[in-house]
Design a protein around this ligand. Structure first.
Ligand code: MF3
Ligand code: CO
Ligand code: CO
Length: 241
């Protein structure tokens, strides 16, 4: 899991410099696909996962998650989440970050910053004996204090040899409730935060999730191991290791 996590983070480190005006999300997908399969000798988990057609997810502006790379050209002011999941030696590493094209839009930057801070407040709850509700409450409180909203329909998940497994890691809830955490568990924390209302809509492509009010959404994701002392983040970027 440490190796898979590091590889997923390496893909995000690699792709950052390519996220600029004029490139399409299909081109970003192709660069990541080549890097994962050739340089890393790993497998891009999204490709053909339940029929998903590409190797990465690219969720732009009001897209909440599971955006499908396509011919859309990035332009200055766009906010893009890139979500990478790789399989190495049978284990999954899953991580996403927000990227800005050109000069960041102030609103989008603030939303991304609060989403980032909220993800970390959730991760910092992780330790043996803590409960899943502790994570959800920490995230939800921070988001709502800032007058943003938490998406309810999608959540973090257990991860290992299987991409998505129990437990569901909700990004809202009540401290002291839910499953008790144990050392050795690996799961993701990946809050989706909306600038407007929390409600989402699934597009007819069966994958792309957008905000109902078409306001901006932001997300960050890490894969984390519960350790006897607390937690170890398996998908840190090179500058955070
Ligand atoms: N990486 C996403 C997650 O964080 C799942 C993407 S599923 C896909 O759980 F099929 F859209 F790739
Ligand atoms: Co992911
Ligand atoms: Co995930």
């Amino acid at each position: 899991m440490r190796i898979a996590g590091r590889l997923a983070a390496d893909v995000l480190d690699m792709i950052g410099e390519h996220v600029k005006a004029g490139i399409t999300t299909d081109e970003l997908d192709a660069i990541c696909h080549k890097y994962i399969t050739e340089t890393q000798a790993a497998i891009p988990a999204p490709l053909n996962y339940r029929g998903f057609p590409k190797s990465i997810c690219t969720s732009l502006n009001h897209v909440v998650c599971h955006g499908i790379p396509g011919d859309r050209t990035l332009k200055s002011g766009d906010a893009l989440n890139i979500d990478i999941t790789v399989i190495k030696d049978g284990f999954h590493g899953d991580t996403s970050r927000m990227f800005f094209v050109g000069k960041p839009n102030i609103q989008a930057e603030r939303l991304a910053n609060i989403a980032y801070e909220s993800m970390w407040l959730g991760i910092e709850q992780l330790a043996p004996g803590k409960r899943l509700g502790d994570i959800g409450e920490a995230i939800q409180k921070n988001v709502e204090k800032n007058r943003f909203s938490v998406v309810r329909e999608y959540c973090g998940h257990g991860i290992g040899r299987v991409f998505h497994e129990d437990p569901q890691v909700l990004h809202y809830g009540k401290a002291g409730t839910g499953l008790e955490l144990q050392a050795g568990m690996t799961l993701t924390v990946e809050p989706m935060i909306n600038a407007g209302k929390r409600h989402v809509r699934l597009l007819p492509d069966g994958w792309t999730v957008v905000t109902k009010d078409h306001k901006l959404s932001a997300q960050w994701e890490h894969t984390v191991l519960i350790t006897p002392e607390g937690f170890e983040v398996l998908t840190l970027g090179s500058e955070q290791r």
